[in-house]
Design a binder for this molecule. Structure first.
Ligand SMILES: *Cc1c(COP(=O)(O)O)cnc(C)c1O
Length: 370
């Protein structure tokens, strides 16, 4: 039997009965946008993360963009200001910046953790820098203590792209509770996934929460009164109801992911496969299990021949995409090497020990091309 990278069907089948009850409740309620389910989910998710406010929005990209837009409305950022971003991230981190007519300044990751390197951040801070956007890549929290110290020293906003890090922690604190604000995605494949698109902004900043609440709803605070030129980006009631069910199982799911990761780490010992480095085993949320191999494409083909599906996150960094031709000349050798070497092994809260062992065996049997 083939081993899929991630079977969303299996993931959601475990809660199918509860999901159907929740969907039925929304269908019967006759209220489908900005209602009780969303309010309840926002309360429950804010409590889970450990922050005062959570605001459901349409997707993770909008969550990131709305944080920046909110700080523009508050006068903390203006057009043309710079936001420091990791070079090795999903393109949404960049799109949120440019969508707001701000300038992304990509910097290198730490080559061991893959997360943004605070020393590179400090070197990139200039007169127009207003914010640092940290991405908790693959489910491991970035070096937030160092980034928070830099943000304080240089009077910058610290924003978290926590789209891959629901439930991840550092020093006992959850991803999303470190910066001025954080963005989550509930895309179906994330650690906490809806049955469609969804996202959230979380923050302790009352003023930002008010701005985002209005901006997501046509810039309106009171119906038909518009404070801002907002957009329509709301987490609808059905998705909020799905997420309320799945949030209750998130910690169990993450514990399962940790067991998978541990089994990989104990089993794979190959001279040409580098395992991911882990600062704290019990704090990593293991959205992805990413190994490195100089012969990445050959390894992927070998796994494929063994009936194992793997993926590359991500094959081309944002500054090498046609969409960002203006950043083409950025000098980011660590980022570029990572993009050539990374391979994500199957990872899911449904992956059984036998399947993990088969992946381990296949990795161990990999013969490098001469
Ligand atoms: C998934 C993801 C996003 C975007 O979330 P969507 O809900 O798909 O818009 C942003 N940043 C990172 C790092 C992601 O992995």
């Amino acid at each position: 039997m083939n081993i899929p990278f991630l079977s969303l069907q299996e993931v959601n089948a475990r809660y199918a009965d509860e999901l159907k009850v929740a969907a039925g409740r929304v269908i019967d309620s006759g209220w489908y946008v900005l209602g009780e389910e969303l309010r309840s989910f926002e309360r429950e998710f804010a409590d889970y993360i450990g922050v005062r406010h959570a605001l459901g929005v349409g997707n993770g990209l909008d969550a990131l963009a709305l944080i920046l837009r909110g700080y523009k409305e508050l006068g903390a950022i203006v057009d043309g200001d710079e936001v420091i971003v990791p070079g090795n991230t999903f393109i949404a981190s960049f799109l949120a910046v440019t969508e707001n007519r701000l300038v992304p300044v990509p910097v290198e990751p730490d080559p061991v953790s893959f997360n943004i390197d605070p020393a590179c951040v400090e070197a990139a801070i200039g007169p127009r820098t207003r914010a640092i956007m940290a991405v908790h890549l693959y489910g491991q929290v970035a070096n937030m203590p160092a980034l928070a110290a830099l943000a304080r020293k240089h009077n910058l906003l610290l924003i978290e792209d926590a789209a891959q890090a629901h439930g991840a922690m550092r020093d006992g604190r959850k991803a999303g509770a470190f910066g001025n604000a954080a963005a989550f995605s509930f895309f179906p494949g994330k650690n906490l996934g809806a049955l469609g698109d969804g996202g959230a902004v979380v923050t302790d900043d009352e003023a930002l929460a008010e701005r985002v609440a209005a901006l997501r709803n046509y810039g309106s605070d009171v119906k038909y009164h518009h404070l801002f030129q907002g957009l329509n980006s709301r987490l609808d009631e059905i998705q909020a109801a799905m997420l309320r069910v799945k949030l209750r199982y998130l910690d169990e799911d993450i514990a399962w992911r940790r067991r998978v990761a541990l089994r990989y780490r104990e089993g794979i010992h190959h001279p040409h496969i580098t395992l991911p480095s882990v600062a704290q085993e019990e704090e990593h949320a293991w959205h992805l299990f990413v190994v490195r191999c100089a012969h990445r494409d050959a390894l992927q083909q070998h796994l494929h021949a063994c009936g194992i599906q793997s993926q590359v996150h991500y094959p081309v960094p944002p500054h090498r995409q046609p969409a960002y031709a203006s950043l083409r000349n950025a000098h980011l050798p660590v980022t570029e090497r990572l993009h050539n070497e990374v391979l994500s092994l199957p990872m899911a809260p449904t992956l059984c020990a036998d399947a993990v062992d088969r992946v381990v065996e296949a990795c161990q049997a990999f013969e490098c091309p001469a």
